[in-house]
Ligand binder design. Structure first.
Ligand code: ZN
Length: 144
C-alpha cells in the first residue's frame, strides 16, 4: 500500500482528478468543498496542499496520523530499501530539524524583508541555518 493510498483511506470526499492526483475534504478545517489536493511524487512521497492554508502537520494530525504518513513505507520493494538505510536521520528527525531551522531563517528573513539592520550574531546564525537547510534538502532528495 502506498503512502498516498493509505492517506486517502482516512479522508472524505476523495475524487481522482488525474494520474496520481486527488482532491478530498480537508480534515483540518470545516471544509464543505474539497480543498485538499494530494499528489504522489515520483519517489513515493505525498504532497498535500490545502487551499485554505492548513499546515500539513495539522492535516495529518486531524486524521490521527503524523508526518511520517507522507513518506513511503520503509519496507518497500527489495533494492529500494538499501539507499534509504544510509540516511543518518529518520524522516521525522529531518522534519523537526528543518522546521526549527526554517523558523530561525524565517525570523532573520523577516527583518531583512522589513529593511532592518541584521546584528552580526543573527547574520552568522542565519548562515548556519542556511547551510543546515541545504544539507537537509539534499538528504531529503537522497543525494547524500
Ligand atoms: Zn484545510
Amino acid at each position: 500500500v502506498s503512502a498516498l493510498d493509505n492517506l486517502l483511506r482516512h479522508l472524505d470526499g476523495v475524487k481522482r482528478t488525474g494520474d496520481g492526483r486527488y482532491i478530498a475534504r480537508c480534515p483540518a478545517h470545516d471544509d464543505r468543498h474539497p480543498s485538499l489536493s494530494l499528489r504522489e511524487a515520483d519517489d513515493g512521497k505525498v504532497l498535500a496542499i490545502c487551499r485554505a492554508g492548513c499546515a500539513v502537520d495539522q492535516i495529518v494530525n486531524a486524521i490521527g496520523l503524523d508526518l511520517t504518513a507522507l513518506f513511503p513505507p520503509r519496507q518497500g520493494t527489495p533494492g529500494e530499501g538499501a539507499p534509504r538505510q544510509k540516511q543518518p536521520f529518520s524522516a521525522t528527525d529531518l522534519l523537526l530539524i528543518a522546521g526549527y531551522e526554517a523558523h530561525v531563517a524565517g525570523v532573520v528573513l523577516a527583518d531583512v524583508g522589513a529593511g532592518k539592520a541584521i546584528p552580526e550574531a543573527d547574520r552568522l546564525r542565519a548562515r548556519e541555518a542556511a547551510s543546515r537547510l541545504i544539507h537537509i534538502a539534499e538528504v531529503a532528495h537522497g543525494r547524500r
